[in-house]
Design a protein around this ligand. Structure first.
Ligand SMILES: [Zn+2]
Length: 302
């Protein structure tokens, strides 16, 4: 048994049968009735009676089943405020199952070999999470369904989630952790992402359009699918795909993304800072075909 949180006693399902065996032993050795022995065991844990113990055990069992067969999400304290409580319910008993894996994750994830003063430091860090269990309906059958549900439950991705007892980082193959909310002007230009998709904001100062290197044109990407520009680094996360940030486009930011600089070079007259949402044809009215790159390499190799 573990007192996981104030007034939250986690009893693994094996515990009850163990207590009943112990009660039999007490009965044999002391002559107390089986029930009296059970009451004594419960009081030994600081609980008022056996009935109380069974209530905690039932709540623990519920979490054990959910942990093994369903979906659990762990959120940062601040971000937990955004969790859709129609989809997920906070449950303190989950700490009985999730605290250890969280602590192990801190220990393994310490890349800079930060050593806590004591193991309790990791415990304190683990307790700063809030744990939620999926509610209502049936458990997601496939990992994609689980990911979609996790994505639609909150604007922010969770720190980790468990699906059928397995721990997943953030959002699976491509963990995404937008540290800042999507700027308003980007959200309105791109349009609201569909259910199960998530808009990811670039880490550059999008309002000014300047990239990390200060070069304006470099900080915009161009989608050859919808022929619109967007701040470099913006995309729509759908499972493990990174799509064009414009909600109505199916382009991929990995294969359909050209730099705005290149489009401008081939289309003199296009502005240095493209307007969001505006379609700039790849072969615009002033289109200039790029020089044959083969000739260049020949000259260079001499
Ligand atoms: Zn696009």
């Amino acid at each position: 048994m573990e007192i996981v949180m104030p007034d939250t006693y986690f009893f693994p399902s094996k515990a009850i049968s163990r207590f009943k065996k112990r009660a039999k032993l007490i009965h044999r050795e002391t002559g107390k009735t089986h029930n009296e022995a059970l009451e004594e065991i419960a009081r030994g844990f600081g609980l008022p009676n056996w009935h109380h113990l069974t209530l905690h055990a039932d709540a623990s069992r519920h979490c054990e089943l959910a942990f093994a067969n369903d979906l659990i999400v762990a959120y940062d304290l601040k971000e937990a405020e955004n969790v859709d409580t129609a989809l997920f319910t906070e449950n303190l008993y989950l700490f009985g199952l999730c605290r250890k894996p969280l602590i192990a994750r801190f220990r393994d994830g310490d890349e800079d070999k930060w050593e806590p003063e004591s193991e309790t430091e990791y415990e304190r860090m683990a307790d700063e999470y809030r744990l939620f269990v999926r509610t209502g309906g049936t458990a997601p059958e496939k990992l994609e369904d689980a990911v979609e549900l996790v994505q639609s439950s909150s604007f922010f991705p969770p720190e980790v989630f468990w699906w059928k007892g397995t721990l997943y980082e953030g959002l699976g193959a491509h963990p995404v952790l937008p540290q800042q909310p999507i700027p308003e002007h980007l959200m309105s230009a791109f349009g609201a992402p569909a259910r199960g998709e998530k808009l990811i904001s670039p880490q550059v100062s999008a309002s000014k359009g300047t990239g990390v290197n200060g070069n304006v044109a470099d900080s915009y990407s161009y989608c050859i699918h919808c022929e619109r520009a967007y701040p470099e680094g913006a995309y729509r996360q759908k499972l493990s795909w990174q799509l064009c940030p414009y909600a109505d486009c199916d382009g991929d930011t990995v294969i359909d993304n050209w730099g705005w600089r290149r489009i401008r070079k081939e289309n003199p007259g296009y502005p240095e800072v493209p307007e969001l949402g505006v379609q700039y044809p790849m072969h615009g009215p002033n289109y200039v075909a790029p020089k044959n790159p083969k000739q260049k390499t020949k000259r260079k190799s001499k």
